[in-house]
Write a protein that binds this ligand. Structure first.
Ligand code: HXC
Length: 262
C-alpha cells in the first residue's frame, strides 16, 4: 500500500485538541499535486467541522515544508487543461474556507506553491532552517496560488518583487524581519512551539477565535481596483481558447456554438 499523502493525527489532551497535518511526499520534497491537495482539503474541512478540534497545524518534514507544485505533474499541461483541471488551483484554496486557526510550521524549503500554502495559513512559525521563495519565474511561469498577492501584503512590494523576479530564497531570519513569519525557533523545537501555540488557542472561546481570525483576514481583502484588474487579465486570457473563437463566430453566423473545451 502506498503511504498517505498527508499524515493526520490529533494532538492535545483537552476537550479541544489540535489536528496536526504533515505533508508526506518526502522523496519529492513534498511537491504538491492535485491528489495531495485534495487529501489536505478534505482533512482541513473535517477538522473544521469537528467540535473536538480547536486549531490546525500544517507542517512538512525537516528538509521541506513543500518545494512547490509538482513540476512533473504540470510540465506538459496545455492552457485549456490548466484551466479545466483542479491543479491550477480549484482544490488549492480549501484552506481559506476553514474558520478555525491554521498555523503553518515551516522547516526547510517553502518554495513556489509551498510558500503560497504557508502564506494561506493564519500565521507561520519557522524553524531556523526555513527557506522561503517564489522561484516560478525560472520555469517561465509565475506564482499561481496567490503568491503575487499575499507576498507583497506580507513583506511589502520591493521585497516581493525581488523574490518573484529574481527567484532568490529568503532565510528564516530575513522572513521574520520582513514580517512573513511570526517567530523563528530552533528546528528541533518547531513542532513543540507550534503545538504550544495551538494549545493556547484551544483553551480560548471558539467563536471569539473564529471571529478574530475573520476580522484580521478582512483587513487583507483587496479593493475594487484589484478585482477589476484581475478580471481584465483573466478576460484577456480567454482569447487563447478555441471556444471563444467558436462562440463569437457562432453568434455572428447566427448558429448554435459547438464548444470543445479547448
Ligand atoms: C517535483 C520536485 C520538486 C517540485 C523537488 N523535487 N522539487 N519534484 N516538483 N517542485 C524533486 C526533485 O526532482 C528530486 O527528485 C527530489 O525532489 C529532491 O530534489 P533535489 O533537487 O535533488 O534537491 P536539492 O538539490 O536539495 O534542491 C532542492 C530545491 C530544488 C532547491 C528545492 O529541488 C528545486 O529547485 N526544486 C524546485 C523548486 C521550484 O521551482 N518550485 C516551484 C514550482 S512551480 P529526484 O527524483 O531527482 O530525486 C509552483 C507553482 C505554484 O510551485 C502554482 C500553484 C497552483
Amino acid at each position: 500500500m502506498s503511504e498517505p499523502l498527508v499524515l493526520v493525527e490529533r494532538r492535545g489532551e483537552g476537550v479541544r485538541g489540535t489536528a496536526l497535518m504533515r505533508l508526506n511526499r518526502p522523496k519529492q520534497l513534498n511537491a504538491l499535486n492535485s491528489e495531495l491537495m485534495d487529501v489536505l482539503g478534505r482533512a482541513l474541512l473535517a477538522a473544521d467541522a469537528d467540535d473536538g478540534i480547536g486549531c490546525i497545524v500544517i507542517t512538512g518534514n525537516e528538509r521541506a515544508f513543500a518545494a512547490g507544485a509538482d513540476i512533473a505533474a504540470m510540465a506538459k499541461k496545455t492552457y485549456a487543461e490548466a484551466l479545466a483541471e483542479p491543479f491550477i488551483t480549484r482544490n488549492w484554496e480549501t484552506i481559506r474556507q476553514v474558520r478555525k486557526p491554521v498555523i503553518g510550521a515551516v522547516a526547510g524549503f517553502a518554495l513556489g506553491g509551498g510558500c503560497e500554502l504557508a502564506m494561506m495559513c493564519d500565521f507561520i512559525i519557522a524553524a531556523d532552517t526555513a527557506k522561503f521563495g517564489q522561484p516560478e519565474i525560472k520555469l517561465a511561469i509565475l506564482p499561481g496560488a496567490g503568491g503575487t498577492q499575499r507576498l507583497p501584503r506580507a513583506v511589502g512590494k520591493s521585497k516581493a518583487m525581488d523574490l518573484v523576479l529574481t527567484a532568490r530564497m529568503m532565510d528564516a531570519a530575513e522572513a521574520e524581519r520582513a514580517g512573513l513569519v511570526s517567530r523563528v525557533v530552533a528546528a528541533d523545537k518547531l513542532l513543540d512551539e507550534a503545538l504550544a501555540a495551538a494549545e493556547i488557542i484551544n483553551g480560548l472561546s471558539g467563536p471569539a477565535v473564529a471571529l478574530a481570525k475573520a476580522c484580521v483576514n478582512k483587513s487583507f481583502e483587496g479593493g475594487l481596483a484589484d478585482g477589476v484588474d484581475y478580471e481584465r487579465r483573466i478576460f484577456h486570457s480567454l482569447f487563447a481558447t478555441a471556444d471563444q473563437k467558436e462562440g463569437m463566430a457562432a453568434f455572428l453566423e447566427k448558429r448554435a456554438p459547438n464548444f470543445t473545451a479547448r
